[in-house]
Design a protein around this ligand. Sequence first.
Ligand SMILES: [Zn+2]
Length: 343
Amino acid sequence: MKTIFSTGQLAHNPTHEISDGALQPAVEIPARAEMVRDRILQTAFGAVLEPDDFGMAPLQRVHDADYLAFLESFWTRWTNAGRSGEAFPFVWPVRGLRKDPAPDHIDGLLGRYSFDAGTPMGEHTFAAARASANSALTAARLVAGGEASAFALCRPPGHHAAADYYGGYCFLNNAAIAAQWLRDAGAERVAVLDVDYHHGNGTQSIFYERDDVLFLSIHADPREEYPYFLGHADETGTGAGDGFNANFPLELGADWRIWSAALDVALKRIEAHRPDTLIVSLGLDPYQNDPISKFRLTGEDFTRMGAALARAGLPTVFVMEGGYAVDALGVNCVNALAGFANA
Ligand SMILES: [Zn+2]
């Protein structure tokens, strides 16, 4: 299995984030990607290739033009306001406040285009996010071209980013961009299975009214865990998408026995959808020692996960999402990929 990764993805290099009521050291850091890449090379798992630049068009198929313009112009606006360093939003257009007209001030724009204060933005954030999306697109093209599978070593991650907002360390929704590109390249149906510890609220919202892209997510119950405001079991899609969204919220502390039971149900639903391609939003944060998560999957469980995914028998694009136990990230990620490849 080939891995797609660009060192350009490392340029987004935050030092801090806001979490647990304090300015803390950032956890979504370049070392995450470097650990995974190094493990792939050490174990000779497969080639690591640079992505091609797909330009803005595939991003515009998923994200709103004004949101992309905001991301692109953010640093200029931030520095023109006399700021330096990392930006955090602190005011949002919640119930009763207006989203239009758009504010002119960067602080208003940060709130308009975000949904949390935990996601630092800096000078190179958009360039790194674009490189990450290009890795997903290049992996999707490999699979569309006949490869059985490919791994997009995406970082920054994507599954919390919606059509018009960022958050959860995510700016461009890499999995959604890959899914839409596959549809545009001729796939009739795509399934996106999100195994990250956190609900993939961005991906869900992007495809919620569509029946061509089935979205499924196995994650910590949003009553107890981020992102809190989406990811319940009764969210099943709307309009044409009614029945094409499936959430599996699990209790904190869930182990492989509980987690894999949800996976079995999800795989049956994917089989019924008969997708041309499966995209796996591969979060490694269900891991038992993840610093911000509370599931209890072991390193060996990720091997089992990969093997279970292989049984779907589908061309599969793996897109990396979260996972913050940096020292174990490479092992767990390659366990999942090797579990798939060796099944
Ligand atoms: Zn996560």
